[in-house]
Ligand binder design. Sequence first.
Ligand SMILES: [Zn+2]
Ligand SMILES: [Zn+2]
Length: 192
Amino acid sequence: MTEIEQVRLDMGSFEVNSYVVHAPGGDLVVDAGAEPEKILAVLQKPVVAILITHGHPDHVGALEDVRRETDAPVYAHPADADGAGVQDYEPLRDEEDLVMAGETFHVLHTPGHSPGSVTFVVGKDQIVGDLILPGSVGRTDLSGASWEEIEVSLRRVMPLWDGSTRLYAGHGPILEAMEELRGNPYLPLGVV
Ligand SMILES: [Zn+2]
Ligand SMILES: [Zn+2]
């Protein structure tokens, strides 16, 4: 049974989340923004891969430290990885299924907050990066960001939600999708 563990990292003026997915056959790290020792401390099994939701510095700042300590391959979307200076990565593709450590990670390319943002669908749960934040969505006032694209992306991830879906966002607590649906004014209506 796969478990997704949140690791809250201190960036000084704000917090960012990394996630460690404890899958049947190993661990995966999703994002590594800072404080690599905190991420490494919650590992239970060998790390089979490091997945990147998007290339902003608060999500990749500790990537090379975690890569060096785990020797795991890095997966990222090319539309963000190149601009973020991520070297030697496996390119993520929309709608692909990554089967790793006995778990399936369905990849959705969900741009808007950044051109190469992706969502990882794990069972009914979703690791959304900064696509959705508590009561909000990712900033669109950054270069390469687009509100129109965020809305298209939301309309792709939301139909997969049901009463058990949890959202693992880049900042803030783990979210219950149905609570977010009721309380988040940025989510389009009538999609779920
Ligand atoms: Zn971001
Ligand atoms: Zn972020």
